[in-house]
Write a protein that binds this ligand. Structure first.
Ligand code: FAD
Length: 418
């Protein structure tokens, strides 16, 4: 099949989970690939996330239940959602579309489209990691949602039922069985829900590094520079201007995560992409062992065991992409995590802020740029960019090769926002 493909040169803006994976899949088809990033590979949002490959994440963020919970989330200082109000005017188009996406019929459609790509997410990573001698960086641990009260469990039950409807294996756990699965948990929980087929990485950065090194070892070019502009001439993107000069373009992939909106506009399309900033605390000497990744259903953050400690990752902070971090959001995670895991030692810790590239309908943008067939868009994976990075790369390579894609691509087309 590779023999029939017309070999081209691809330039990818962004070396995160999406850009690196896309580079590897294109390389497999015999294309020459240049990855451009202003920072080293894997140091954007793909660096500090929760490390979960959430293959059962078929529930969009916008649902009728979440809309009902927004006021109480915003009033709780430890709640999972914060809006920096001064940015409200610029966030409005996103928020209005978010509300529109929460219609039950739309939630159903989005959930089907999420499931279609999630089904291939684990296999796409295994494929890339096997080639990079990194299969050991991925394990099937499952993920355990824990709920302290009936009030937090009851709305979540609707979402777990939607998972079941999409074919995800979901196991309900009464309190007495919870601590058999995870002995480190405090005896405060009303209910647990276990998704046994979810995967996790040893640390996301180790995965990014293994894949990026393999890309270079296979002849790929990585250029560390800031992209300033896309030059359009004769109705095609012909060059990038960068801090280190002009780079000629043949084919272009925009995979710049939360920074992709501007490039999409330059390519003649509109996308209501915004950033849900999130934070982590990395506890490097946590004092306890954790068997399974946990997700607090009450405070909506993840607690993930990693090679270098335990990571607390969460919070959705709606603010502009270049707003300064508020590390108080990260620090708050420690107190809550110590409620969940009483022995947790947080004295030795580092903190981080990252920008989820979020669309209001929780679906990524994976398509050709409508006005320019030599350009592709691959971003907007929100809470699932690590999970969907590898499969997104595969879908872009399929499109570029003219192969029948694994899934119906229409739900991910940027034109849905036109
Ligand atoms: C706290 C937190 C927890 C999370 N947990 C999970 C999880 O457990 N599982 C999951 O699946 N997802 C998770 N996510 C989401 C996930 O991290 C992101 O969706 C994903 O990393 C996005 O990948 P990306 O490649 O699109 O973007 P990025 O990794 O951000 O890569 C984009 C790259 O583009 C580069 N770039 C941008 N503009 C330019 C320019 N002008 N010139 C040159 N380079 C440029 C940036 O430097 C960056 O390296 C989490 C996110 C956060 C914040």
């Amino acid at each position: 099949m590779v023999a029939d493909i017309v070999r081209k040169h691809f330039t990818i803006i962004g070396a995160g989970a999406v850009g690196i994976s896309t580079a590897l899949w294109l390389q497999r088809d015999g294309h020459a690939v240049t990855l451009v990033d202003r920072n080293p590979p894997g140091t954007g949002a793909s660096f500090g996330n929760g490390g979960l490959i959430q293959t059962g994440a078929v529930v969009p963020i916008a649902t009728p239940g979440v809309l009902r919970q927004v006021p109480s989330m915003l009033m709780d200082p430890n709640g999972p959602l914060v809006i920096r109000w001064r940015y409200l005017p610029s966030l409005l188009p996103y928020l209005l579309r978010f509300v529109a996406s929460a219609r039950p019929s739309r939630v159903e459609e989005i959930s089907i489209a999420l499931q279609a790509v999630l089904e291939h997410a684990g296999e796409a990573y295994r494929n890339l990691l096997a080639d990079a001698n990194g299969l050991n960086l991925l394990t099937t641990t499952g993920e355990l949602y824990v709920y302290e009260t009936a009030a937090s469990y009851t709305p979540a039950k609707t979402w777990h039922d939607l998972r079941r409807k999409r074919g995800v294996e979901v196991v309900d756990l009464p309190p007495e069985e919870l601590r058999q699965l995870e002995p480190a948990l405090a005896p405060i929980f009303h209910r647990g829900v276990y998704l046994p087929n979810s995967l996790k990485t040893a640390t996301p950065f180790a995965v990014m590094t293994a894949l990026a090194q393999n890309f270079v070892a296979n002849g790929g070019e990585f250029v560390q520079t800031n992209v300033q502009d896309i030059v359009i001439e004769n109705d095609a993107p012909v060059a990038l201007t960068t801090d280190s000069g002009r780079r000629k373009l043949d084919q272009l992939v925009v995979a710049a995560g939360a920074h992709s909106k501007r490039w999409t506009q330059q390519l003649g399309s509109y996308v209501p992409l915004d950033t849900e900033r999130g934070y982590h605390l990395m506890l490097t000497d946590p004092g306890i062992e954790l068997r399974v990744p946990l997700i607090s259903g009450d405070y909506r953050f993840a607690v993930t065991p990693m090679t270098d400690g335990i990571r607390l990752a969460g919070t959705a902070e709606l603010a502009k992409v270049d707003a300064p971090p508020n590390y108080d959001r990260a620090e708050r995670l420690l107190k809550i995590a110590q409620r969940v895991l009483p022995g947790l030692d947080g004295r030795s810790r580092t903190r981080w802020m990252g920008q989820r590239p979020s669309t209001p309908d929780s679906l990524p943008v994976i398509c050709r740029a409508p006005r320019y067939p030599s350009a592709y868009l691959a971003y907007g994976h929100g809470h699932l960019g690590l999970t969907l990075g590898a499969v997104t790369g595969r879908l872009i390579a399929d499109m570029a090769a003219g192969r029948a894609p694994l899934v119906d691509m229409r739900p991910y087309d940027v034109q849905r926002f036109a």
